[in-house]
Write a protein that binds this ligand. Sequence first.
Ligand SMILES: Cc1cc2nc3c(=O)[nH]c(=O)nc-3n(C[C@H](O)[C@H](O)[C@H](O)COP(=O)(O)OP(=O)(O)OC[C@H]3O[C@@H](n4cnc5c(N)ncnc54)[C@H](O)[C@@H]3O)c2cc1C
Length: 311
Amino acid sequence: MSERYDVAVIGGGPAGLSAALNLVRARRRVLLIDSNRPRNSATLLSHGYLTRDGISPLELRKLGREEFLGYEGAEHRQTVATDVRAVDGGFEIACEFRGQESSALAEVVLVTTGLAETLPDIGQLRAFYGTHVHSCIECDGYGKRDEPLALIGEHPDLTERALLLSQWTDDLIVFTNGSDVVSSRDEAALAARGIRVDRRRVASIAGDRHGMQGVVLEDGTLVPRTGGFVRPEWSAALDYVASTGAALDPDGLLVVDGHGRTSVPGLYAAGESTAPGPQQLIVAAGDGARVAAVINRDLIGGLEHLADAVQ
Ligand SMILES: Cc1cc2nc3c(=O)[nH]c(=O)nc-3n(C[C@H](O)[C@H](O)[C@H](O)COP(=O)(O)OP(=O)(O)OC[C@H]3O[C@@H](n4cnc5c(N)ncnc54)[C@H](O)[C@@H]3O)c2cc1C
């Protein structure tokens, strides 16, 4: 027999942890299902989270889990949700972890499993990712201030990202890795701000344990740079909710109303599972808290007119 909960929160990042904490404080019986693969695990330090600036991603999660588990009605399972389907009175969630299967029943499911990143296929990029090369400019721009930086990407928002990055350095080279995502008009606009565009293909990142030396191009040129930013492609792995028939947008993210409700009654989503692009830890946590308040009100029922209070 599966255990029965008021709410199953799938995903224990900041959105899920924050939602789980608020729901258990609303006296709900909550199961937090998490595969424990922090999206920001490539980095040693997280920045910009009020009172926790510079904390390690794992420590932030550990503190969040401890706070949640300190309450009656809180339960945490380290496992991977493989299927969510609607059943009488709620949802059945199937999970699997290292060959061990389990299941749970919940009246409501909150999806907070975030995004996955795919980096451009460049040698050694993964080795420098999170220490010398980052993706979140707001998070790591400050740590790279005034350095000679590279911005590598093949996405049409590269020019915008270069303009943003100019807030932190005036020595920036944009590498399009052979793509044509920067128009000649954009290139001229960047040049006017002292930002150079290099359209050659990138072979690898050069450096060692003492630091990054530069960007190596396919023609063998080494362009000296001490760090930089990369534009990954983002995707949401939401196959496990396919059985519910919940609507996805063209980017594969769950479609939600202004309150985190998906197209399936009782199925909610928060954090980066719904975001058109990456957020920040504190934004995801805030979204989790907001949707938790909606879920609690919906479970009580008859409180639709109060929903605006949690917009
Ligand atoms: C390298 C890097 C550095 C970053 N640095 C910062 C920073 O310094 N400051 C900042 O504010 N933001 C930073 N961010 C952004 C921040 O990590 C995200 O905004 C935030 O983690 C999004 O939170 P979330 O709860 O929506 O999703 P996530 O944090 O991605 O959490 C999703 C959780 O769901 C779990 N999961 C996924 N699928 C399943 C499944 N099927 N079953 C069970 N569990 C599942 C995962 O294991 C994970 O624990 C960084 C991001 C990256 C990639």
